[in-house]
Design a protein around this ligand. Structure first.
Ligand code: G1P
Length: 291
């Protein structure tokens, strides 16, 4: 059972400036829910009940979002707005939250290390909130089931176009174990296209074991000045098997503008209250663009 999930959320979100000048990028909204809540709900659906958010300066809105708001609850209660009340209570009741600050922007591997003490000596998940995955069962639940089977670290992987491999950690496969599960031979962080061992990219979900911590402590910063989780995993691979798993679902990379916009449209079209009028509207602007 995976009880804890680490959410690195210390990044500055410079790709979305000026929207992210005074607001964390994790709080940008897909329809009516902040991006990070999609990841939190996914983790909750996998049985996670402790979330460790690795934050930095200017991220208070995330803490407030997952906290109880007595003022708002009293207001909604007094006005008999029971539906909205239930919705916001769901958020604060979802799970336990702990916050730890990264301090310096030393990369994803460092963010995971900062959470070491709160994770303790048990397997845990890492969720990169930018990747929003629509899946049933939830992506992390699928991965937790694979973890039960293989009893080793599981990284979510996805085939990406070759032109995009240099934006990801890329895995080299030793063997396929069936049903989307692979044993990994090697992994490399953001290789040039010509040097990529495959087009199987690591996407933002990991189930890790606590032996990743000593491996990360022994991992030097790379040429970008960061400790890469991929390089820590590469070190750990010398000691134990590590697995890749192709999640069955639809992933949106909301960390770039086009991916973000696609995700807004995708989730709006899945909402019973919005799908029909929104689809109608989209058809009209498509016509205008062609005219
Ligand atoms: C990080 C990881 C990379 C992984 C990616 C998935 O990179 O370092 O290995 O493929 O997340 O989103 P980032 O996107 O933070 O640059």
């Amino acid at each position: 059972m995976i009880r804890k999930a680490v959410f690195p959320a210390a990044g500055l979100g410079t790709r979305f400036l000026p929207a992210t000048k005074a607001q964390p990028k994790e709080m940008l909204v897909l329809v009516d829910k902040p991006i990070i809540q999609y990841g939190v709900e996914e983790a909750a659906a996998a049985g996670v009940n402790h979330i460790i958010l690795v934050t930095g300066r200017g991220k208070n809105a995330i803490e407030d979002h997952f906290d109880v708001s007595i003022e708002l609850e009293t207001f909604l209660e007094a006005r008999g707005k029971t539906e909205q009340l239930a919705e916001i209570r769901k958020v604060s009741n979802l799970i336990n939250f702990a916050y730890v600050r990264q301090g310096e922007p030393l990369g994803l591997g460092h963010a995971v290390l900062v959470a070491a003490e709160l994770v303790g000596d048990e397997p845990f998940a890492v969720v990169l909130g930018d990747d929003v995955i629509d899946a049933q069962p939830s992506a992390l639940k699928q991965m937790a089931d694979v973890f039960e089977r293989v009893k080793g670290p599981v990284l979510a992987v996805e085939r990406v176009p070759e032109s995009e491999v240099s934006a990801y950690g890329v895995v080299d496969i030793a063997e396929s174990l069936g049903d989307g599960v692979y044993r990994i031979k090697d992994l490399v962080e953001k290789p040039p296209r010509a040097e990529a061992p495959s087009n199987l990219a690591i996407i933002g979900r990991y189930i890790l074991t606590p032996d990743i911590f000593p491996a990360l402590r022994a991992t030097a910063v790379d040429r970008t000045g960061e400790i890469q989780l991929t390089n820590g995993l590469r070190r750990l691979l010398k000691q134990r098997p590590i697995y890749g798993y192709e999640v069955k679902g639809v992933r949106h990379d909301t960390g770039n503008k086009l991916g973000f916009l696609k995700a807004v449209v995708y989730f709006a079209l899945r909402r019973p209250d919005l799908a029909e009028p929104f689809r109608k509207y989209l058809k009209t602007i498509d016509g205008e663009n062609r005219a």
